[in-house]
Ligand binder design. Structure first.
Ligand code: MOS
Length: 734
């Protein structure tokens, strides 16, 4: 391909507004935004599974030329407590390393080194030695030392209580067809290409942070608490993030220590964590064990469903389990009982990883549904259609939008599902490979958060929008720019989008697939205010330069605040303090989910038994598709991740060592291009107008939900073997 555009202004691109900046290397990530005189930080980490540090020797590290600072412990007044984000705080976990001699898990940082250059910092970190007094530990959810608590007792919040509809146990016992299945989902790590990367510097008493985060205001307010600063004196910017996936959800434990080091040294400090450390500092998808029971009549109509889960957490925090939120909603089941327990193990606190609960939930639930199809002799698509729901089976409220049946019908037609012979192992390819076809459905809660958008129109025709949101590669800038351009009838390259900047608008966590619906709703409202200020309220194109000149001002500004359905302005206190303020999926008058159906073909090679996935068709209902190119990429990427969950990813643990052992990209296998073939993505594209005026719902996470089950169901169709544990290994199909 030849590049003909050599100008410095980006050409208009209505599909992906940051494509030009990205492919030309102009997009500046946290690690690229480095001031003069920066020093480099590195961690030494604990090499035992749990215990106390008896003695730590930093002399060799301190002697490395270029080393500026070696610190093992910061005082309680210097580095204060910041709570866990899911317990009302601002941090990825309540445990702040480098505060005492306690080692909670292998891989926990035990010393901070800052040096003139990265080589010296890294070398010095390796020269830190420690003597420990080890204590018993476990990293396994089913080991003796793991402590199990009942979630609804341990965290008495209504949204986390066990879901109970009718008497599911009695209904199950009385059902003519009964299915019981146990499933295990391994721990996994999100491994974004850009690791945890932060550059800090002080401007007098003002702390300036370039961070790779999905939650700039949690980082800001968390740092203010931790360091005893006025939040007005902390700014966090994160214009581009090299993948987040839920991993970069709040204040990380390295940022406070490097900020203190920067103040002491009078120099900016940068830390980019090496990959193995991110496996022990970053949140991960916890291990979960599932038992699913279905009771049904002979026609496959569900009479009872019971979904019991044990989900891993850390010793020091309770990362909640919301696995039954989706399983209770997927089908019209008259009696449902969920049970969610948390199991404390000696690891860092687990957290979000794309479709954190929903993907494991649907692996179990939709695998069991496939079992039910075989038990009743019904086609798996027909079985799902027969159990479609009109209203939310848990609350009785209507769904704001649910086109799951249409996703299944369209997907089946595009895939050619009619041609499927249900007999396992009956479809053989020309090269002798066994063909398996599997289907699974999925859903993801429709969340929204409050947001404030500022908009400014200038005489030269540019329109600048600043709003809460973080660009992690999902395309939020493109969706916002497209909305402004289409509404005002201006070229997309006249729209400047500013996200991830705490100076410009409150920056709530962007996660839970609520980013686009949230930001677009606020921007849409701000456009309405701008139109009023420009005296241009009739729908249709606006001549921005003329309208601005008409006001006599060089720039016309407007702003708007939007809330999730049912929220009151009180919630803005949360938003204004960097705390979680999300709502959904249950709103006062309706319940909102995004929906999807996946159709997967696997081929199992006759000699090697290697499992291939040549073809996937996925049809999603995410309301109105705000940005077709980025939405399609989101679903395609999510399907790749689902294939990865099914066939590749597992974080290895061993109770002899603790920690996560395969903590590099060489040893933590993810799919490569050769593993991925045809992925066809379709959308229903019906606006969900009850949810918000634009009718936009999330798509980034629902795309992954159900993929692993569809792969496992396809493997069953090929081999007759039910897969009870992910990832599916060669030995499972030998
Ligand atoms: Mo997503 S795992 O909620 O960033």
């Amino acid at each position: 391909m030849t590049v003909t555009n050599t100008s410095t202004t980006p050409p208009p691109d209505t599909r992906r507004v940051d494509a030009y900046e990205k492919v030309t290397g102009k997009a500046r990530y946290s690690a690229d935004r480095v001031p003069e005189g920066v020093a480099y930080a590195a961690f030494a980490t604990a090499r035992i599974g749990k215990g106390r540090i008896v003695r730590i020797d930093t002399s060799a590290a301190a002697a490395v030329p270029g080393v500026l600072l070696v610190e093992t412990t910061f005082g309680p007044d210097e580095l204060r407590d910041v709570g866990f984000i899911m317990a009302g705080g601002h941090a990825v976990q309540s445990l702040q390393p480098l505060r005492d001699d306690h080692v909670a898990y292998r891989g926990q940082p035990i010393a901070l080194i800052v040096a003139d250059n990265l080589v010296a910092a890294t070398e010095a970190a390796q020269l830190i030695t420690a003597e420990y007094r080890p204590e018993p530990f476990t990293v396994k959810i089913d080991a003796e030392g793991a402590e199990t608590v009942v979630q609804e007792q341990a965290i008495p919040l209504p949204g986390l209580a066990d879901i109970k509809v009718g008497d599911a146990d009695a209904a199950f016992d009385a059902s003519p067809v009964r299915i019981i299945g146990t499933y295990e989902h391994p721990p996994q790590h999100p491994v974004p290409m850009e690791p945890f990367t932060t550059v800090v510097r002080w401007d007098g008493d003002r702390l300036i942070v370039n961070d790779s985060t999905q939650n700039a205001d949690a980082t800001r307010y968390g740092l203010a608490t931790q360091l005893g600063l006025d939040p007005a004196d902390v700014e966090v910017t994160t214009p581009y993030i090299g993948g987040g996936f839920g991993n970069k959800n709040s204040l990380y434990g390295h940022i406070g220590p490097i900020a203190i080091a920067s103040r002491r040294l009078g120099r900016p400090v940068k830390m980019a964590q090496p990959r193995p450390q991110t496996f022990h500092t970053g949140s991960f998808r916890p291990n979960s064990l599932h038992t699913v029971r279905f009771g049904a009549d002979e026609n496959g109509r569900l009479l009872a469903a019971i979904h019991e889960v044990d989900q891993q957490t850390s010793r020091h925090d309770l990362f909640p389990c919301e696995i039954t939120t989706v399983s209770s909603r997927l089908y019209a089941v008259p009696a449902f009982r969920g049970r969610q327990r948390l199991v404390r193990t000696d690891v860092q606190t687990p957290g979000f990883m794309r479709a954190p609960w929903e993907s494991p939930s649907m692996f179990a639930y939709e695998s069991a549904m496939d079992e039910l199809a075989y038990a009743t002799g019904l086609d798996p698509v027909e079985l799902r259609l027969a159990n479609d729901a009109v209203a939310d089976p848990v609350t009785g409220l209507p769904f704001s939008g649910r086109h799951l049946a249409e996703c299944l019908r369209r997907g089946a037609a595009r895939f050619g599902w009619d041609e499927r012979d249900p007999e396992p192992g009956s479809m053989i390819a020309e090269d002798g490979s066994i063909i398996g076809w599997g289907v699974a459905a999925g859903c993801y809660p429709g969340g929204m958060v409050p947001a404030i958008a500022h908009i400014a129109a200038a005489e030269d025709g540019t329109v600048t929008v600043a709003v809460g949101g973080h660009e992690m590669g999902q395309g939020i800038r493109s969706a916002i720019a497209l909305l402004v351009a289409q509404d005002l009838g201006i070229p997309v390259n006249k729209v400047i989008v500013e996200v991830g900047d705490t100076r410009l608008a409150p920056q709530h966590l962007t996660a839970g697939s609520w980013g686009t619906a949230t930001a677009l709703s606020a921007v849409q409202a701000a456009i309405g205010e701008l139109r009023k200020a420009l005296d241009n309220t009739e729908p249709g194109d606006v001549d921005i330069p003329a309208a601005v000149r008409g006001t006599g001002e060089p720039v016309v500004t407007a702003e708007a605040t939007t809330l999730a359905p049912g929220q009151t302005p009180q919630i803005l206190q949360q938003l204004d303090n960097g705390l979680l303020a999300y709502a959904g999926p249950v709103y006062p008058e309706f319940v909102t989910f995004s929906w999807i159906a996946h159709f997967v073909e696997v081929r199992i090679e006759p000699t090697t038994r290697r499992i291939r996935v040549p073809r996937v068709v996925s049809v999603a209902d995410c309301g109105r598709v705000a940005s077709p190119v980025t939405a399609t990429s989101q679903v395609r990427g999510a399907v790749v991740w689902g294939i990865s969950a099914a066939l590749r990813e597992e974080s290895d643990v061993d109770d002899r060592f603790g920690g996560f052992l395969n903590n590099t990209l060489e040893e933590y296998p993810v799919p490569v291009n050769a593993d991925i073939h045809q992925i066809e993505v379709g959308f229903i594209d019906e606006p969900d107008l009850l949810f918000n005026p634009l009718g936009v719902k999330g798509v980034g996470e629902v795309g992954m939900v159900g993929v692993a089950a569809a792969v496992a169901n396809a493997v069953h169709h090929a081999t007759g073997r039910r897969m009870h544990r992910l990832p599916i290994r060669l030995e499972d199909v030998l």
